[in-house]
Design a protein around this ligand. Structure first.
Ligand SMILES: *[C@@H]1O[C@H](CO)[C@@H](O)[C@H](O)[C@H]1NC(C)=O
Length: 487
């Protein structure tokens, strides 16, 4: 079993995250201020119906086209809620506003109002929202990520402007530098009230989140410039919004990455996810697959660490959203040229025994004829047969370009930017394997992905002189690096 590339791409939201069309003005002024309209497009207003009138009760964060993250303490049984997106001035009718009803609300099963632990809830919208300039999901940090002390994060919300004051009409933002766990748990700060699953920010006595901000996001920019939501406003000092040494306390999103993924993706399944293609994890947040696997109209999720496709909750497996999908601009459907795409995951994954990145080959490296490579995937077991339940592997020796492009073989359809492997009439890749990797061992024993399954013979999976054709990864290393550094 080659564990590093056990991954499935499953169909169903291709969208970006964390990069607003109207960038927030982050001027580092001290004190809250009006946000630039729609510059925090993942900010939602959670509203409840009070005698026929919708009232703002909490903030929240759109984290995909159908899921909203908020605080558990924002949710009361028996209340009717709606989610307002694309809002700036809460009292104004705005063209940008989108209102949607929850299909379900899932409060963390271990939510403790007494100790304010696990203050997190997910709201599933009754339909996917149209992602646009003014309504856009946030990125989430990697599981277990710890914010360094004093990171410049921003809390946003329509919360009270001052202790006991009214809620704001316009969305407010305030710079709230993060406070590390050691400082926040000092006895004269929050002491034992603050757990490892919480993040603190503020506490300088000047700026702080206030009650009405509950459930709203703590937004911090990552190294690539995208905004990630690291916290959900959980509590502060009831007496005052901005008391020294009493920073606002947030539920740490990175501590609940697993919970968020499992709850939301499980609820999303409902029979609607199906295996489309294989792919290979090549870094903590990038997956290599084939361009022909991607249909811009579909939403995708990526499953990693899988062995059996039938088992829902496999130990060691995880499902992740896609943040962005980039297909090669010169991909040609007709000739299957440049059949390569990269998927950016919405949050980086933590490597484990079951999830690991494959190596990439040296740029330009061409494997010799007969090199023993292995195809892996859940592709069809025989021509037009069913998909495999368990991950399959097959030895496919490399066929050199001269042979592969011979008129009796693939002729002009094979180019020198492809790898041919197999073609002995017995073992070969089949269509369900599309996008999946051709794994070849390097002299140092590490496995590298030399090919991405592109096409085979339409007549069958194992036609003599028709080896499986892969996009040759070593021909695209600079493209891969460019995409990964600029997205
Ligand atoms: C918000 O909209 C209302 C209604 O149009 C308007 O009266 C009010 O002045 C606006 N608030 C701000 C702060 O601009």
């Amino acid at each position: 079993m080659m564990k590093f590339l056990l991954l499935v791409v499953l169909a169903a939201g291709a969208y970006g995250c964390g990069l607003p069309s109207f960038p927030p003005m982050v001027t580092r002024v001290v004190g809250g201020e009006d946000a630039t309209p729609n510059s925090w497009p993942w900010q939602i207003s959670l509203q409840y119906n009070k005698e026929g009138e919708w009232r703002h009760t909490c903030g929240g964060t759109l984290i995909s086209d159908q899921w909203v993250l908020t605080a558990a303490h924002c949710i009361s049984k028996g209340k009717q809620y709606r989610v307002a997106m694309g809002k700036h001035n809460l009292t104004q009718d705005e063209d940008t506003a989108v209102f949607m009803n929850p299909a379900s609300i899932i409060v963390h099963e271990k939510w403790s109002p007494l100790f304010i632990r696990n203050d997190i809830a997910l709201i599933k919208l009754d339909a996917p929202v149209n992602v646009k300039d003014t309504v856009m999901p946030a990125c989430l940090p990697a599981a277990g990520f710890l914010l360094p002390h004093n990171s410049p994060c921003y809390v946003t919300g329509w919360g009270r402007l001052s202790t006991g004051g009214p809620i704001a009409e316009n969305l407010q933002q305030a710079l709230l530098p993060s406070v590390d766990h050691a400082t926040c748990t000092r006895s004269d700060w929050w002491g034992g009230m603050v757990r490892k699953t919480m993040v603190c920010a503020g506490g300088d006595g000047v700026v702080a989140g206030c009650n009405g901000d509950s459930g709203g996001p703590l937004n911090c920019q990552n190294a690539e410039g995208a905004w990630e939501v690291h916290g959900i406003v959980s509590f502060g000092l009831g007496l005052s919004c901005n008391f020294p040494k009493k920073p606002t306390v947030f539920t740490s999103v990175s501590s609940y990455a697993g919970w968020i993924n499992s709850v939301s993706l499980q609820a999303d399944t409902g029979g609607s996810w199906s295996h489309v293609c294989g792919g290979a994890l090549i870094s903590a947040n990038w997956v290599l697959t084939a361009a022909h696997c991607i249909n811009v109209r579909n939403t995708y999720r990526v499953q990693l660490g899988k062995h059996s496709l039938k088992v829902e909750d496999e130990e060691g497996s995880l499902a992740v959203w896609t943040a962005r999908i980039i297909s090669h601009k010169q991909y040609s459907t007709m000739l299957s040229r440049n059949d390569i795409a990269l998927i950016k995951l919405s949050s980086p994954v933590t490597f484990s025994d079951t999830v690991m990145a494959a190596c990439l080959p040296e740029p330009g490296l061409v494997l010799p004829r007969g090199a023993p490579c292995h195809l892996s995937g859940w592709g069809r077991l025989s021509t037009s047969g069913p998909l495999a339940d368990l991950l399959q592997q097959a030895l496919l020796p490399v066929v050199n370009y001269e042979t592969c492009s011979h008129p009796d073989w693939w002729s002009f359809l094979a180019t020198d930017k492809m790898v041919c492997a197999g073609g002995d009439g017995i073992k070969s890749g089949c269509s369900g394997d599309s996008g999946g990797p051709l794994n070849c061992q390097s002299p140092d024993g590490s496995w590298a992905v030399h090919g991405v399954v592109s096409f085979g013979s339409g007549q069958g999976c194992n036609v003599l002189q028709k080896p499986t054709i892969f996009t040759r990864v070593s021909a695209y290393i600079s493209w891969i690096n460019k995409v990964m550094t600029t997205n």
